[in-house]
Structures are given as C-alpha cells and as structure tokens.
Design a protein around this ligand. Sequence first.
Ligand code: 13P
Length: 340
Amino acid sequence: MDKALLSKTAAAMVARGKGLLAADESSGTCETRFKSVNVECTEESRRAYRGLLFTTPGVEQFLSGVILFDETIRQKSEGGVPFADYLAKKGILPGIKVDAGAKDFPLHKGEKVTEGLDNLPRRLAEYFKLGARFAKWRAVITIGEGIPSHACIYANAHALARYAAACHEASIVPIIEPEVLLDGDHSIERCEEVTEATLRACYAALAAHDAQPEYTILKASMVVSGKHNTRQAGVDEVAERTIRVLKRTVPAAQPGVVFLSGGQSDEAATAHLNAMASMKGLPWPLTFSYSRALQNPALKAWKGQAGNVAAAQKAFHHRAHMNGLASQGKWRPELEKQAA
Ligand code: 13P
C-alpha cells in the first residue's frame, strides 16, 4: 500500500476545475445507448466511440480522469497506443470499473446487491499494471414501497468496504458509489432520508474494514425528487438537501466528492453541481463523474459516422467545459446559449 501514491491520485482526481468522465458502461448498457442512435454495438464501434471521446482536443483541461471498462483498458487508440497510456500522457488518470454489476438480491424483491469481490485483489494487481490508478464500484439502492431494506443497505455497504480495503492494498484509490436511484414517485424528503441512511452505513462499514477516508473518493447521487413525483424540487433545494446529507455523513478527511448524473438532464446535472460548488465552507472539493450528462450530446452528434467525429467532439468538449466551470461555481445558463 503506497500511501503517497494514494494521496497524490486522490488529490489529482478532484483537481480544481476538473472532473471525471465515466466511460465504463458495460457492453449491455452500451448497446442500449448505441441503439438510441441506431449504431450497431460491437467491440470495434465501442472502441471507435470511446477513442473519439478520449482524443477530443483540449478536453484534458476539464478531465482529471476517465473510468474505463475492462474491455476498454485493453483496447488501443487509432495510433496503436493503449488507451490507458494515451490518457496518462495527456495528464488524465486512467480508472477502472471493477464491480461485476448489481444483481437481484435474494429474498428481497426489487432490490439489488453488487457482486464482484471474487478474485478482486488479483484483478486489481493486473489493472494497476495496465495503468489504472483508481477504481469504481457501484451499489444500487432502490426506493419503493417498503424498500430499501436494512439488509440491502448493509449488504451493499459491506461489499463496498471490502472493495475499498482491497483497493487500498493495491495502491488504487477506490470510488465508493452508492447510487440511490431517482426512479420512482417518491418525494425528495424520502430521497434525503434514504441517502443519509445509505451513506451512514457505508462509512460505518468502511471504518470497520480499516479503509481510510484520506484515500477514498465518494461518488454520490444527488438528493432529488423521484422522477415521477408531482413535486419536482428546484436547483437550490436539491443543492441544500444534498450538501446537508453529505455534511452529516462524509468525513472531512476525505479528499473530495464527485457526483453521478443518474438520468438527470444534461443541464440540470450542471446546474445542480454549480449550485453546490457555489456554497461557502464546504469541507471537500466537489466535482462531476458523469456518464450520460457528459456524453449524451456527443453520442447524438456522432451516430456512428466517421464524418461526425468533429461535431461529436465539439459537443463533448462543451459539456466537459460547462461542468468544469460548474465544479467551481462559475457556470451560468447564458454560457450554454453562447455555445449553441
Ligand atoms: P451517470 O452519470 O449516467 O449516472 O453515470 C455515472 C456512473 O458512472 C454510474 O455508475
């Protein structure tokens, strides 16, 4: 366990004005995304698309790291350079998704538990050799009638803690991602309650497993109204509730907090981050770790055509730029229109 490297990596992940690109969609998720723009999902089309994102000129100004999928960390750029090396040369940290996905949780209908602990130390050692300096594990918490159960929250927190300890031993910074889904008709009050209970359980488990907050990054879901709730909370309310929960649960010793977009619109994800980052006296830097909210416009512009690569890169650069500003509380809605 190289503590100096862990500290250096964690600080770099949340460097001012930069955030993470989540490009670690599993092949199944990628298929759904590609289908929405009528692109066939193959190993080569996934490589071409990810290459487009990674080679976007100037994007390194706004990206501290990229979360890769197992397939992608083994793939190469057009010029034959392994993607992890290509990114590292641009000053972007390569990261790796190491969980094996959220699976049905036995005896608990409608709930999931994330798998992937088998052989994790061996896999982490290999990923380190391939260049990965941080990792991601996503747990999924669903809000519904009578759920989440205590068992679901604790099983996921326990797995996250075991994963974090294994990462620390491998000198890889673990991103702890307990995503409270926004699907459902629940209120924002309920989302706040569940998010707080989830984070409490996660940090208790991390402490019990000796995983130190100094070498850990939280990837949080924001406290928002359920997608189908009739009252959709505004930007300031989302920001206030999210920060209140984080302050109550996340150790100040942690180097930073990043957010997922979770199905929010591109602009909402940016506006929410901006509102939170504008708050005074936060114990940690905040930034983005978005997949959809960074990639949506690029994917739509690309449509699988080589001739659209420049337009897609422009769209991706714009979202990365907007979110880079938002992470410093410097974004304004007018900036979106200026670029359109
Ligand atoms: P979204 O930003 O699309 O929610 O994805 C982030 C992520 O990495 C989910 O694990």
